[in-house]
Design a protein around this ligand. Structure first.
Ligand SMILES: CC(C)(COP(=O)(O)OP(=O)(O)OC[C@H]1O[C@@H](n2cnc3c(N)ncnc32)[C@H](O)[C@@H]1OP(=O)(O)O)[C@@H](O)C(=O)NCCC(=O)NCCS
Length: 222
């Protein structure tokens, strides 16, 4: 089994084809309303921010490891964006919109075959980090009532259930559960994020070492 390090950076136009696939795989009902052109619009929307989780090519990894060594020494902030290399496998993406002091998560998704490896929570921490840096105070989202995996992830990272929107999803009339972090600057929340961030840093990069599977994406990663 091959392993690789997944990193997070701001989404770029070159990422759109892979983000489109992940979006459609992860949100078959909602993504029907997101044509290909909408991703390009979103990247240039000043109120939106998108992050991707990616596995870089080996050459790119060497560059990143060099810059990581210096970042570990000064424990500086996560930096966005990393320069984009064409040969990257995208394993997940996240997006949020900013309104006044509220950041609203509109999507977090991980390619199905790469789930349960910490990529989802890496994306979420990257969103929290970016939203805090942009001086947002509240982080909110809606999640399907039946989506226990996502709800568990949000609960693990300090979100609380604050409401419900009945029959919010038009495909099956499912309720949405509203979840939020009420104060991104609360000392206990900041401490939680600091601990999680240190945990990821100790694992040497922004995210996790993940399993790639035999033969998968060999050309892309060589
Ligand atoms: C939700 C999603 C992004 C999680 O991504 P992931 O990379 O698999 O999640 P992680 O491995 O980072 O898991 C983080 C935490 O989430 C929770 N979690 C994730 N998948 C879970 C599952 N299948 N069952 C229960 N809990 C789960 C756990 O609390 C986990 O922490 P743990 O590993 O310490 O138990 C992924 O399942 C996905 O893309 N789903 C489809 C799209 C979606 O529903 N997005 C959310 C919309 S609001």
């Amino acid at each position: 089994m091959k392993h690789a390090t997944c990193m997070f950076r701001a989404m770029n136009e070159i990422d759109i084809p892979q983000v489109y696939c992940i979006d459609h795989e992860s949100f078959p009902a909602e993504s029907m309303f997101r044509p290909y052109s909408s991703y390009n619009r979103e990247i240039h929307n000043s109120m939106a921010r998108y992050i991707v989780g990616c596995v870089p090519s080996i050459r790119r990894m060497k560059e990143v490891q060099r810059s990581w060594f210096s970042r570990l020494l000064d424990k500086g902030p996560w930096r966005f964006p990393h320069p984009v290399m064409p040969q990257e496998l995208l394993v997940g993406f996240a997006g949020f919109w900013v309104m006044l002091d509220e950041a609203h998560i509109i999507a977090i998704a991980v390619r199905e075959r790469y789930r349960r490896q910490g990529i989802g929570e890496g994306l979420l921490l990257a969103v929290i980090d970016m939203a805090t840096t942009m001086n947002n105070r509240i982080l909110t989202l809606e999640v399907r009532e039946s989506n226990h995996a996502a709800q568990q992830m949000y609960l693990k990272h300090g979100f609380r259930v604050v409401g419900r929107r009945p029959r919010y999803y038009s495909d099956n009339q499912e309720d949405a559960v509203l979840m939020s972090v009420e104060d991104l600057n609360a000392p206990e929340f900041r401490e939680h994020v600091r601990q999680q961030r240190d945990r990821l840093l100790r694992q040497e990069c922004l995210a996790r070492t993940i399993e790639l599977g035999d033969g998968a994406f060999d050309e892309m990663l060589s």
